[in-house]
Write a protein that binds this ligand. Sequence first.
Ligand SMILES: NC(=O)c1ccc[n+]([C@@H]2O[C@H](COP(=O)([O-])OP(=O)(O)OC[C@H]3O[C@@H](n4cnc5c(N)ncnc54)[C@H](OP(=O)(O)O)[C@@H]3O)[C@@H](O)[C@H]2O)c1
Length: 320
Amino acid sequence: MKAVVIRTFGDPDGLEVTDVPVPVPAPGQVRIATEAIGVGGVDAVIRRGALAAYGFREGHLLGSEVAGSVTAVGEGVDASWMGRRVWAFTGLSGGYAEQAVAAVEDVLALPDGLAGTDAVTLGGSGVVAHFALDRARFAPGETVLVRGAAGSIGITAVQLAAAGGAGAVAVTTSSAARGARLRDLGATHVLGRSGEGGPDAPGGFDLVIDVVGGPQLPLFLDRLNSNGRYVVVGVVGGQPPADFGMRLMDAFRRSLSFATLSTDTVPGPDRRAVRSSQFADAALGDLRTVVHEVLPLEQAALAHHAMDAGEVFGRIVLTP
Ligand SMILES: NC(=O)c1ccc[n+]([C@@H]2O[C@H](COP(=O)([O-])OP(=O)(O)OC[C@H]3O[C@@H](n4cnc5c(N)ncnc54)[C@H](OP(=O)(O)O)[C@@H]3O)[C@@H](O)[C@H]2O)c1
């Protein structure tokens, strides 16, 4: 079958379309004929070789999120999965292919009316947005800033905060055009990447949901209201300065909280319940997904070039 592997670490042209054997599901796994494959930021990090220390080698078959139909089940898996349309998390490999395997506990049946392209745009990131707001103890009326809102996590966080009755939903983004799209999804104030602009934006925020991290993180810690909560869910801008915690100590009397949130620590049944409910909402049109572009699997390198160039709003999806 056709698949895309990293032939050489580095730029997207090191990705190669190749032929690999169809995977055989191990006990507890299912095999899925893919109809949509999500292209995530972490794929680009692996492609560059930045995670080589974690065992990712050249030759790695990329991809962690697919939608499609179950074509085989491994030992111990209920045969009723056969033929069902599903979303699946494949781990950090195996998704960029015509067929992929996943542990059955990471597989969810798709509701009627939900396109595979939408499922792979929402499936992984929607739960991050949900549990970030949950971790930050979001309550109606509070002011929220979503930093790095133009990706799948931010787009969902903006909608959930708005639907949850936020007093304001500010976002950071890199252009007015992207800001306008975020307003359409529920943002009330648009700031630049450094938090500049938005003259009528709240002076401070009760919550910051941060997808970016990076050197400017301390600037946004300073934007918290007293009793404010800051949750980092991604580091698309890199690591923050090593001494960023001093900002919190300097503001000791304002009782600020800082947390990271990885959905790896959320119990599986809770993730499933939220994902299932978000898929149902998306099928009804109550939760919007933004598919930037759908490209054939063979053009995975083009998808990665677009990601590297910062052109993507939402998510790119590949189809076999
Ligand atoms: N916490 C978890 O459990 C979990 C799970 C899955 C993934 N993740 C993490 O989530 C992140 C990906 O999320 P995503 O797909 O929503 O994000 P994304 O699409 O990769 O990026 C979101 C936005 O951040 C802005 N941005 C990019 N680089 C920036 C920089 N250097 N400085 C400031 N802004 C920048 C861009 O928007 P503008 O150009 O409009 O500014 C971009 O559209 C990764 O770090 C991944 O590891 C976390």
